[in-house]
Design a protein around this ligand. Structure first.
Ligand code: GAL
Length: 493
């Protein structure tokens, strides 16, 4: 089996190196699994997970050991149902097509933990702001499927601000804007679920959202229960119109966290108070699955001002709090701006920022993945160019982010403009990111000592999709300006 998986991976990676279109390459050869291998859900609540797999279609999926209450759809690989009994279930998944058969084990954890690996998805804010509507959500769900993103593990389609009607209903219930969402949110959630994807929504801990729509303050239970009735899977909860006081922040986030927990649905909870009052210290207690660590990201590499964050500015802050990210509770350095190219209504800062280079986007993606950040793309998934697809859809990098051990990278060295990160992975291998913060190309000598390793290791280059060589003592590397070389290093026997 191992040989077959390696052969399939090799095939995939050989293709990646060529000039062929990524999307086409994903659907050749035997099945290859991707994405989360450990999935949390609450007892007695709807479960939905699409087993992410590339390879020639049609693929037929089988399973052994699914807990009572769940079913795997053979043609789509979608697992649905409800499990009443808490526990850790080891499930064998087998995928077969005309080119071969592959199997893997996943763990379904029924209990009080969600988001056991960082969420992979898309969010509407950065590029579209107030132009969000039903058709866009459906289009993005379709694009997530057609692009191949879903088969690499992307799951969430998150609506941000501006889904709201001008006021709540007379009974206080939240209502979507009837012109933008003529069929209502439940209908939309059903559509997104039919694709094997999940739907996220947005609200605010104050009386209004940042876009001045109605917030959830005083309506926490009603909102959480309505989101649950609608079939919503994730809530991003903002901090506008709230007094800037630590105790107030904790109390308001916990109030919604508790409401979500008792809502009878597994709803992932995203705390968005821009890193104020160190949410990494109290986020888990408030029920948060991830929390923003900084103000908003903008489409620039360096610079920025206090509430206009560049990628580098965020990274510098992030380096100090890496250890706080744990399975079920992640640091969120904000969405991905890969492929926005200065087109984001929000992230271009009214057209002032013209976007970053593909090399910079590649570093942004590499480091977010290494730091176990939620990987929430914000570009227009309907029109991604090849470079954007290759950055967002690198299977090896995504598997580093989704690794079941859930240990964040640590920054082990800063030397001559190079930042060296190391992340221990579940299978005993180590992911290494060599990030060149300067504009100029640099030579860097990677040593086992820097990584705290001994022995002989084989290094695989995650962006080149090739073997990078044997690492016995040291390995010379050339890193382009602003580039990040990512290696997966494995002890050789
Ligand atoms: C900000 C938040 C953004 C976006 C926006 C919507 O506070 O950080 O990510 O959600 O509000 O108005």
């Amino acid at each position: 089996m191992k040989v077959r998986i390696t052969a399939a991976l090799l095939l995939l990676f050989c293709f990646f190196n060529g000039t062929a279109q990524l999307q086409q390459l994903l659907y050749e050869g035997p099945p290859v699994f991707h994405g989360a291998k450990v999935i949390g859900n609450r007892p007695g609540t709807d479960f939905l997970f699409t087993v992410p797999a590339t390879g020639e279609r049609p693929i037929t999926f089988f399973s052994a050991g699914l807990p009572k209450g769940l079913n795997l759809e053979a043609t789509s690989g979608i697992i649905r149902g409800k499990v009443n009994e808490a526990g850790e279930y080891k499930v064998k998944i087998i995928a077969g097509n005309s080119k071969g058969k592959t199997e893997q084990e996943i763990t379904i954890v029924i209990g009080d933990k969600l988001c056991l690996t960082p969420p992979l998805g898309w969010n509407s804010w950065n590029v579209f702001t107030n132009t969000l509507d039903e058709k866009m959500v459906m289009d993005m769900a379709d694009a997530m499927v057609h692009s191949g993103m879903r088969d690499l593990g992307y799951q969430y389609i998150n609506m941000d601000d501006y889904w709201h009607d001008s006021t709540r209903a007379p009974d206080g219930k939240p209502v979507p804007n009837p012109e933008k969402f003529p069929h209502g949110i439940k209908w939309l959630a059903d559509y997104v679920h039919s694709k094997g994807l999940k739907l996220g929504i947005y609200s605010d801990a104050g009386s209004k959202t940042c876009g001045k729509c109605f917030g959830s303050y005083g309506y926490e239970e009603m909102d959480a229960n309505t989101y649950a009735e609608w079939g919503v899977d994730l809530l991003k909860y903002d901090f506008c119109f709230v007094p800037w006081k630590k105790m107030e922040a904790i109390a308001r986030y916990k109030k919604m966290g508790d409401a979500l927990k008792s809502s009878n649905r597994s709803i992932v909870y995203s705390i968005c108070n821009w890193g104020l009052f160190k949410p990494w210290e109290w986020g888990p207690e408030a029920g948060g699955n991830y929390w923003r660590t900084t103000p908003d990201i903008f489409d620039i590499w360096r610079g920025g001002i206090p509430f206009v964050m560049s990628t580098m500015r965020i990274l510098k802050k992030q380096n100090k709090i890496l250890a706080y990210g744990k399975p079920g509770h992640w640091n969120d350095p904000d969405m991905l701006i890969v492929g926005n190219y200065g087109q984001g209504k929000a992230t271009s800062w009214k057209g002032k920022f013209k976007g970053m280079t593909d090399v910079q986007y590649q570093s942004h993606m590499s480091l977010w993945a290494m730091m176990n950040a939620p990987l929430l793309s914000s570009c227009d998934l309907r029109n991604m160019n090849e470079a954007t697809k290759k950055i967002l859809m690198n299977p090896e990098l995504l598997s580093i982010n989704q690794d079941a051990k859930g240990e964040s990278a640590t920054l082990v060295l800063k030397k001559n403009g190079i930042w060296l990160y190391k992340k221990n992975l579940k299978d005993g291998s180590v992911a290494v990111a060599v990030f060149n913060t300067s504009k100029k190309e640099k030579q860097f000598e990677l040593t086992l000592e820097q990584l705290g390793l001994t022995g002989t290791h084989i290094a695989h280059d995650v962006w080149q999709h090739t073997e990078a060589g044997i690492l016995k003592d040291k390995m010379p590397l050339t890193v382009k300006g602003n580039e990040t070389v990512v290696l997966r290093i494995k002890q050789s026997n």
